[in-house]
Design a protein around this ligand. Structure first.
Ligand SMILES: OC[C@H]1O[C@H](O)[C@H](O)[C@@H](O)[C@@H]1O
Length: 394
């Protein structure tokens, strides 16, 4: 059969990972119809998907994540995967916090592919050494290191000026300042007492300081171009999810030697999770339905979980995987994922659609990006705007 797959994995490491799935489907005699829509974070891809779906011609599978999955299911677009899930023991293999996201009214309508950790900082060890600084573990250490890096002529923080990237850094600062409990109260439960508070003003104040170490040419830059600046040694650090590791891996670099990974400053032991998933659309063609089921089954198999996640930079979503073939960053990620799931340090990423609806997420993006682009950054005003914007979207 044929599977048409919509996704936004076009950067080096992303594309290498997607190719692994294509190869595995073709090895089973299926045809992979690639429908890649460029644009990190996936906003452009979602716009294209909506157009296709509304015109009654959705793809067989689409990269849909988090709370968006149940929005599409509610509209009747998605097919039931319970038969594949039962036959392959998904409920025993997938962490419940993730299995729930893949279900609508208790039925699987999507398959999870990986677990990305979002709260990472990546660094070039040679640049740090040149400037005589250590990789910062706290926000205050970050500012001290950034000042020395700037004085030594380096760009302290590589960044791309796009709303989802701004929100990714804002989210890491929010977790550092608020801790996982208040982070969840604000961005999952939308508790106005936490959103509209002096604590959130502190988040914006610290965020303004962090963003003051970004170079003036960042506007519109793609995330992987920012990672390339760290690889080339033009910039020292980047705060970004571990899809960035896919770029270091694609460049043949080794963690701990050519680059360093560490929890984003102030978030050690905590884990903001972002899970990629493919939602499966209703199909009329029997042959293609079988190919769709084979795609869902293949994605959760150990072989694919290993090949894909080693290239992509994420960790397997299955809890029974042997991690010995994975690099040190991935092993640290899996360890923190498992421990934080026990001790309350595991929170869903709002910047990547796992914590709230895309409507609320869009409102947060607007406030955060306007704050980044405003000359006079006023934390109190931004906090009021954030509270009003989220309230309006609830
Ligand atoms: O495009 C950048 C990143 O965007 C999203 O967060 C996706 O979940 C991730 O897979 C992708 O690599």
């Amino acid at each position: 059969g044929e599977v048409e797959v919509l996704h936004w994995w076009t950067a080096g490491g992303e594309a290498r990972a997607a190719a692994a799935l294509k190869d595995m489907m073709e090895a089973q005699g299926h045809t992979w119809k690639d429908f890649a829509v460029a644009g990190g974070g996936g906003e452009a891809a979602m716009t294209v998907l909506k157009t296709r779906a509304v015109s009654g011609n959705p793809p067989a599978a689409a990269q849909i994540k988090g709370l968006d999955i149940r929005e599409w299911a509610k509209l009747g677009f998605l097919t039931n995967l319970d038969d594949v899930a039962e036959a392959n023991h998904w409920d025993q293999l997938i962490p419940p916090v993730i299995a729930d996201v893949m279900k609508y009214e208790g039925h699987y309508v999507a398959v999870p592919i990986n677990v990305h950790r979002v709260n990472w900082i990546w660094a070039n060890p040679d640049v740090l050494k040149q400037a005589g600084v250590e990789l910062p573990r706290t926000l205050d250490e970050f500012y001290a290191a950034a000042d020395k890096l700037k004085a030594a002529g380096y760009i302290p923080l590589a960044h791309g000026g796009q709303p989802w990237q701004d929100a990714t850094v804002f989210e890491a600062v929010a977790l550092a300042v608020m801790g996982p409990e208040d982070y969840a109260r604000a961005f999952v439960e939308h508790d106005m007492a936490v959103i509209n508070s002096p604590l959130m003003e502190t988040v914006f104040a610290e965020f303004a300081k962090v963003m003051s170490y970004v170079d003036p040419n960042a506007a519109g830059r793609d995330w992987n171009s920012a990672t390339a600046m760290v690889i080339r040694g033009e910039a020292a650090m980047q705060i970004m999810g571990d899809w960035a590791k896919g770029e270091f891996t694609a460049a043949g670099l080794t963690p701990g030697k050519d680059y360093i990974c560490a929890p984003a400053p102030g978030t050690d032991g905590e884990f903001t999770f972002n899970v990629d998933s493919f939602a499966m659309f209703r199909l009329n063609d029997e042959d293609n339905s079988q190919a769709q089921k084979d795609l869902a089954r293949t994605i959760l198999e150990p072989e694919f979980q290993t090949v894909f996640n080693q290239a992509k930079g994420s960790i397997p979503v299955r809890t029974d995987m042997d991690m010995s073939g994975f690099d040190a960053c991935a092993q640290a990620s899996m360890e923190t994922f498992k421990r934080s799931a026990q001790d309350g340090g595991l929170v869903p990423s709002f910047a990547h659609g796992l914590a709230t609806t895309s409507y609320v997420q869009g409102q947060i993006f607007d406030v955060v990006t306007n704050f980044v682009n405003s000359d006079n950054k006023d934390p109190a005003r931004a906090t009021d705007q954030l509270a009003a914007a989220i309230q309006a979207a609830l």
